[in-house]
Write a protein that binds this ligand. Structure first.
Ligand SMILES: [Zn+2]
Length: 228
């Protein structure tokens, strides 16, 4: 059931990710850039399974099958490792929010604050262990401070969106203890390094275009949560 939920709900991610992939302070997209058609007003304009727009073809499309497979696999992994716990529905909703965050970051190299905040609340509620709150707060502060330091270094490094998501994931992983934090962030950097190396080898690194770090951070956190 978790796999079906993860896959089916991720089918609705491309339209939402497309509309939210705008510069900071800019309202969500109201129309498809490729074909010019306006999206319906209100909820119907956000709710579409499959490709971003039926008329646009591949130009504005997000890889729908990939999104569905990744989300279904993540949801299945969480279900297998947590069992039929009361927190599982929250973790599954957090998974879809994480997939949406990764999709937006891939599109526009941004992790919008409201989306990160919503993810923090849902994932935090799903993983919270009251006795471990001090560790979670400390982990969030340590990761946030370290990433802020990296972001302030000159050159193309981390963005402030990565800093905030990193702090959130440090907090969330902290409920699993320091080992989960270490495993999660080591995995995130290994995944990011692997992707960067792959892009370099296949010469697909497109000049100025930086690699989004959000997807690797979220994937690493999933590993930290499920492996520890
Ligand atoms: Zn279109």
């Amino acid at each position: 059931m978790a796999i079906v939920f993860g896959g089916a709900s991720a089918a609705f991610v491309p339209r939402v990710a497309y509309r939210l992939s705008v510069a900071a302070g800019v309202p969500p997209r109201a129309a498809c850039v490729a074909c010019g058609r306006r999206f319906a007003a209100g909820f119907p304009g956000w709710c579409r399974a499959g490709a971003v727009c039926p008329h646009a073809g591949r130009r504005v499309d997000h890889p729908v099958p990939g999104t569905v497979v990744v989300s279904a696999a993540a949801a299945g992994l969480l279900a297998v490792t947590s069992g039929p716990a009361a927190r599982l529905p929250l973790l599954l909703v957090a998974t879809v929010l994480g997939v949406l965050l990764a999709a937006v970051d891939r599109r526009c190299l941004r992790l919008p604050d409201p989306l990160v905040a919503l993810f923090a609340v849902v994932a935090g509620a799903g993983l919270a262990v009251p006795a471990r709150l001090p560790v979670a707060l400390a982990a969030g502060a340590v990761v946030g401070a370290f990433y802020l330091f990296l972001a302030l270094l000159p050159g193309r490094g981390l963005g402030l969106g990565d800093v905030k998501l990193g702090a959130v994931l440090g907090f969330v992983l902290g409920f699993g203890g320091w080992t989960a934090v270490a495993v999660g962030f080591a995995a995130a950097h290994a995944i990011n390094g692997g992707i960067a190396a792959w892009l370099l080898i296949t010469r697909r690194a497109g000049g100025e275009r930086a690699l989004p770090f959000g997807p690797a951070l979220l994937a690493g956190a999933l590993i930290g949560i499920t492996a520890v």
